[in-house]
Design a protein around this ligand. Structure first.
Ligand code: NDP
Length: 422
């Protein structure tokens, strides 16, 4: 049994992680929240107490830390006696936090692949560029590290594994679809950290097709898909972390990631990019001031966490998985629909942060119970999906499964995962 959790980061996703950990502190033990700005952690913990979210009376403490420093994070892990670290700070800190976990033996969880601050849109193999270099050390030292355990990457990886194990004999294609059909009412905002969000889209789009990496340009490939609940949506081929790990487990399948963008988002993004305002490289102003354009854009845009009050509409994120079953073609769509106002009422967050923040807590609980305490580094598709999906159902992220084509009208629900969870 592992217990005592250190959460790193105090942004929109960390808010959900903090609230959800508090609701399960009987399993997780003492809770600690650390970020660059300690006051943000204090405010977040105060919001947990305001909601009366702690399941049982217990410790929830705020700390300040520079998570780019492995020794500083290791000291904090030792001081808090944390055996599980949930890293939901920016993806620049992953490597340092992973090193700190290796030094202390704490289990490591994150929700996005590591990024080098000066290298936006690095080409694949993404996990092999950073995290997987420490895979052997994790195994030798018996340290559990679960990579990319948000919603996408994360839950969508578990969906692929479930489809491959239980619905198909062979997997021919995996199409992950992420649509936010909600509205925040601002002129322009991103739903999570603008810096991370823009960096995903400023370079070529990578997908795994016909057994190799292919490239397209951003917004080049568009499809209209009829999705459950949110209806017909325009989605665009984009690159994403999980395409890499899934392409290795299912090398014969085409693996693609699609994201919904409004025409307005595309217009604003295109202007910012063409003006050079999405660059991660510093420029010098006439006054001699050195600034990174992308960080300036982040500073003037709304804080994604501030979008939560008044956010309307729903998200739909899922996997269309196609292949053969008993000699016949079969297609299943495994998905979750989340509602912005419900997420706000539950923990003061919008649905993007909600869908990203609940899965790492479910994973932490499975590590605490031993079910996912695997003493090595894994991506989510390497783990048995049922305990995870069943726990997510209980924590507020239900899985649904439909059969039939997204390109045409979908037939009625065939399987409701809640009936099958176990
Ligand atoms: P925010 O930008 O809102 O928050 C990031 C937090 O990281 C901030 O609190 C910031 O600290 C902290 N931070 C940054 N650098 C450091 C540092 N050097 N030391 C300590 N703390 C630091 O991001 P989000 O909450 O929107 O996203 C968090 C993570 O979740 C990101 O990695 C993102 O990519 C990922 N994500 C994953 C999703 C999924 O489904 N897999 C979906 C959405 C997001 P401070 O504020 O104190 O300066």
């Amino acid at each position: 049994m592992k217990h005592n959790v250190l959460i790193l980061g105090a942004g929109g996703v960390a808010r959900v992680v903090a609230h959800q950990c508090a609701r399960n502190n009987d399993v997780l033990g003492e809770l600690h929240l650390a970020s660059r700005t300690r006051q943000k952690c204090e405010a977040l913990i105060a919001s947990v107490h305001e909601k009366g979210a702690m399941k049982v009376p217990g410790v929830f403490k705020a700390h300040g830390v520079d998570a780019m420093s492995a020794p500083a994070v290791a000291r904090l892990i030792r001081r808090t006696r944390a055996q599980i670290v949930i890293n939901v700070a920016s993806p620049f800190v992953n490597d340092a936090v992973l090193v700190a976990c290796l030094r202390t033996g704490a289990a490591y969880l994150d929700t996005a692949a590591h990024e080098h601050p000066d290298r936006a849109c690095e080409p694949p193999p993404w996990y092999a560029n950073y995290e997987w270099r420490r895979r052997r050390t994790c195994e030798e030292q018996g340290v559990t590290a679960i990579l990319g355990v948000g919603f996408d990457p994360g839950v969508v990886n578990a969906y692929v594994r479930l489809a491959a194990d239980e619905y198909l004999d062979t997997v021919e294609s995996i199409d992950i679809v992420d649509v936010n059909a909600g509205s925040h009412g601002r002129f322009f905002a991103t739903n999570f950290d603008p810096e991370t969000n823009f960096r995903e889209f400023t370079g070529p789009v990578y997908s795994w097709q016909q057994g190799r990496w292919g490239t397209n340009s951003m917004f080049e490939v568009q499809r209209d898909w009829d999705l459950p609940v949110v209806g017909r949506q325009k989605v665009y081929l984009t690159g994403h972390d999980e395409v890499h790990s899934l392409s290795l487990r299912y090398p014969r399948a085409d693996v693609r990631f699609w994201m919904g963008f409004s025409d307005h988002y595309i217009q604003v993004f295109t202007v910012l990019k063409n003006l050079g305002l999405l660059s991660e490289h510093p420029v010098r102003t006439a006054e001699g001031l050195e600034v990174v354009p992308l960080k300036v854009v982040k500073a003037v845009l709304p804080d994604p966490a501030s979008l939560a009050p008044g956010y309307t509409g729903k998200t739909c994120i899922g996997d269309r998985v196609r292949g053969m079953k008993n000699g016949l073609q079969r297609e299943v769509f495994l998905y979750n629909v989340s509602d912005h106002p419900t997420a706000y009422a539950s923990m003061g967050s919008q649905a993007i942060a909600y869908t990203a923040g609940i899965p790492p807590v479910a994973a932490a609980m499975l590590i605490a119970s031993g079910a996912w305490d695997v003493a090595r580094m894994v991506n989510v598709e390497e783990l048995p999906p049922r305990p995870f999906l069943a726990l997510l159902e209980r924590l507020g992220l239900p899985t649904r499964v439909k059969e039939g084509s997204l390109d045409g009208p979908l037939p009625p629900v065939k399987h409701d995962y809640s009936d099958r969870a176990g």
